[in-house]
Ligand binder design. Structure first.
Ligand SMILES: *Cc1c(COP(=O)(O)O)cnc(C)c1O
Length: 415
């Protein structure tokens, strides 16, 4: 699949700008909306008239962001949320019931892992975990009956790369909903083209880029006219909502999660996210190219760096075949011990030490003492978190300057 930045470079700014009146997106901060008449109120609540109901169910600024994200992803629609975790929670709580099982494939962002491992079980939803390459096990679990497969387009921070297409084919075989968290790889990975049913984002990350707005989104496909997997009896609790037609997944997300749990996006956050999106293509290209350059320089200089563009990585061939435009802003450096990792981070002049990723600035963080500090030793092992692991999220600075800064800090840390 050839990747066309030029297509999105043309599309996105045109979509975000308004050609009449205010060019920048409008911020509509109202929590409540008034209806013209009792008849209109009835029609809005029934869904016949598409006007805002109440901001917990969505606001016009978020609506603009939803339209842009849906178009970018090639989806049928989107629902924006207060955070990326809000989006993951919305999808799970909209589709799952007590005693359902969710298969989590690959490495996970800490928040998602904790949600699946600790919080969902409290509500009777059982998580199962397996590696991206364990196809036998994946098939066996799907055969036994699972409602949702949840996976990230690239493991954070383990940088394992899944074969999304192959997993999607298995999900189709067993009528399992495939949800892909594409937070780290907007544009460069297009999950719908690979067979995903729902794509989730933390828009806080590279979609915004500026660290000024927390947000998330779930983008969904249209209901299929033939072979719709949601018609499987295991999804019977949502069957009444399928009558809404093509856009039924919107109703499922809003009525079964957003309305009752309230993970709604605010207008100002959506506005800031739209501003970030205007330059998403430029930033994505720059960052994905820089990551490869930096990984190569570091590797050539004897630094223990991990990235799929390097030949020694277990998914290097998959990277070349399936991730031709890159796999996002992350690479990791293995410092060996916590002490060395601390020296390395404190010596760097350039890195911001922050738990974020996908920022316009280059960020670095010691994993074991921060995001993963409360995790059991076994969970850390599964997730690939070693004592000396430092995650780096490459930003917009000069890749040569970033590599030189890392090499200087490494030199001090390793004496
Ligand atoms: C950050 C992140 C999330 C959570 O997003 P928030 O906006 O911080 O709630 C989910 N998935 C991935 C891959 C992330 O990087």
């Amino acid at each position: 699949m050839a990747f066309h930045y030029e297509y999105f470079n043309t599309l996105l700014p045109q979509l975000i700008g308004s050609k009449e009146g205010s060019v920048a997106p409008q911020i509509v901060p109202s929590a409540a909306f008034a209806y013209e008449s009792a008849q209109e109120a009835e029609a809005i609540f029934s869904g016949e008239v598409a006007k805002p109901v109440y901001a917990r169910m969505g606001n016009p600024t978020g609506g603009k962001l939803e339209a842009v994200l849906s178009k970018m992803e090639g989806g049928h629609g989107a629902v924006v949320t207060a955070s990326g975790m809000g989006a993951v929670t919305m999808v799970l709580s909209a589709f799952c019931e007590r005693d359902d099982r969710v298969l989590c494939i690959g490495g996970f962002f800490g928040g998602t892992y904790a949600l699946m491992n600790e919080t969902m079980p409290r509500f009777g939803i059982e998580p199962l975990f397996c590696d991206v390459d364990d196809f036998e096990e994946i098939k066996k679990i799907l055969q036994d009956g699972v409602k949702i497969v949840l996976m990230e387009s690239v493991g954070n921070p383990n940088l394992k790369l899944p074969d999304i297409r192959r997993i999607a084919l298995l999900c189709n075989e067993y009528n399992t909903l495939l949800v892909v968290d594409n937070t780290l790889t907007p544009l460069v990975v297009q999950p719908f083209k690979m067979g995903a049913d729902i794509v989730v984002y933390s828009t806080t990350k590279i979609i915004s880029g500026h660290s000024a707005a927390l947000g998330g989104a779930a983008v969904f496909r249209a209901l299929k006219k033939e072979g719709e997997k949601l018609l499987d009896p295991k999804f019977s609790s949502i069957h009444p909502l399928l009558e809404k037609g093509e856009g039924a997944i919107m109703a499922i997300l809003k009525k079964r999660a957003m309305r009752d749990l309230g993970m709604s996006a605010n207008a100002f956050g959506s506005f800031l996210t739209l501003l970030g999106m205007e330059t998403l293509t430029l930033r994505t290209k720059r960052i994905n190219e820089s990551v490869e350059k930096i990984a190569t320089i570091l590797h050539d200089n004897g630094i223990r760096v991990r990235h799929p563009s390097l030949e020694g990585h277990e998914h290097h061939l998959r990277y070349e075949a399936l991730f031709e435009a890159g796999c996002g802003p992350l690479l990791t450096v293995e410092c060996g011990t916590k002490e060395r990792a601390f020296v390395f981070l404190n010596e760097s002049k350039l890195l911001f030490q922050s738990a974020n990723v996908g920022d316009n600035r280059t960020l670095g963080l010691h994993m074991a003492s921060t995001i993963y500090r409360d995790f059991e030793a076994l969970d850390r092992k599964i997730l690939g978190i070693t004592d000396g692991l430092v995650r780096i999220s490459v930003g917009l600075e000069s890749p040569v300057a970033i590599a030189e800064d890392i090499m200087a800090a490494w030199k001090t840390a390793m004496v």
